[in-house]
Design a binder for this molecule. Structure first.
Ligand code: C2E
Ligand code: MG
Ligand code: MG
Ligand code: MG
Length: 277
């Protein structure tokens, strides 16, 4: 009896595992073709300057428009793209798409692009950034690259050399998801970042926010709070010394057709302020 049960259990689990492996292979197959089929899209989330209460630019966030699965979020395919080595060419596409979009915006607005650690390790990032700027005509200072602490861990000196090469192109560098990696506050001093983005898991942690805001600003960096979901959080983050905020409270990431409306509303709001002075 127990033998039959054992076999039954085995027979129950194995097809489930096979099915998961099959689904993964199918997704990999689709992902390999996605770039050529033009299935990637960038959404853009507004970044708001807290002091002046104005739009400072947008962060580009990739989406995969899958014919059957619909809109796939990056957390569900970026890790796979990294495993398959596809992230390099996807990253190049993101840079070109974001720069050629941002060049249409008013001059004061910048675009932030997320960069995967592998783009550093393969040495492909600096030429890809230079090519995207040249092709679009976007001035370097209007592009900001968001890197995570993991990108800094491996091959320290080489990464620092590449960051310096990017700064030489005029590009800004932000440290993304700060506080979730292995680094300590002192790691902020390893490179003159232009910005530190406090991970959204700290949006309600005043002690952490004040400490990072104080250290970041004293090192000459802008400090952005991510994941602001309520007016109350926004008020406290401003009080705690953050320079900028992003989050659903301000706007969700939006597709390209929604950008002109957002930009126009912000320009009108700032014109009203001007004429009221
Ligand atoms: P991230 O760079 O830290 O981006 C912030 C994420 O938080 C985005 O998720 C955004 O939609 C989400 N978010 C923004 N405001 C709020 C909020 O108020 N509440 C909550 N709960 N979430 C908020 P998304 O778009 O799914 O992107 C996830 C991550 O995928 C990004 O985290 C980034 O690390 C990565 N990613 C996105 N686009 C790219 C890309 O083009 N290249 C690479 N290498 N990674 C990307
Ligand atoms: Mg980011
Ligand atoms: Mg982040
Ligand atoms: Mg993140």
């Amino acid at each position: 009896k127990s033998k039959a049960e054992g076999r039954g259990r085995f027979a129950f689990f194995e097809p489930a595992l096979q099915e998961a492996a099959r689904a993964r292979r199918a997704l990999e197959f689709d992902l390999r073709a996605a770039l050529a089929l033009g299935q990637f899209e960038l959404f853009y989330q507004p970044k708001i300057h807290l002091g002046e209460n104005c739009l400072s630019g947008f962060e580009a966030l990739i989406r995969w428009r899958h014919p059957l699965r619909g809109l796939v979020r990056p957390d569900d395919f970026i890790p796979m793209a990294e495993d398959l080595g596809l992230i390099i060419r996807i990253g190049e596409w993101v840079l070109r798409a974001a720069c050629s979009e941002a060049v249409n915006w008013p001059e004061g607005l910048s675009v932030a692009v997320n960069v995967a650690p592998a783009q550093f390790y393969t040495g492909s990032l600096v030429p890809a950034v230079a090519a995207a700027l040249a092709a679009s005509g976007l001035p370097g200072p209007r592009l900001e690259l968001e890197i995570t602490e993991t990108a800094l861990l491996r091959n320290g000196p080489e990464v620092l050399r590449q960051l310096a090469a990017l700064k030489a192109l005029g590009v800004k560098i932000a440290l993304d998801d700060f506080g979730t990696g292995y680094s300590s506050l002192t790691q902020l001093r390893s490179f003159p970042f232009d910005r530190v983005k406090i991970d959204r898991s700290f949006a309600d942690d005043g002690v952490v926010v004040r400490a990072v805001a104080a250290l970041g600003t004293s090192l000459g960096m802008c400090v952005t709070a991510e994941g602001v979901e309520t007016a109350e959080q926004m008020r406290r983050l401003r009080q705690d010394g953050c320079t900028e905020a992003q989050g659903y409270h301000l706007s969700r990431p939006v597709p390209v057709p929604a950008l002109p409306g957002i930009i126009r509303r912000h320009l009108e709001a700032s014109n009203v302020e001007e004429s009221n002075r």
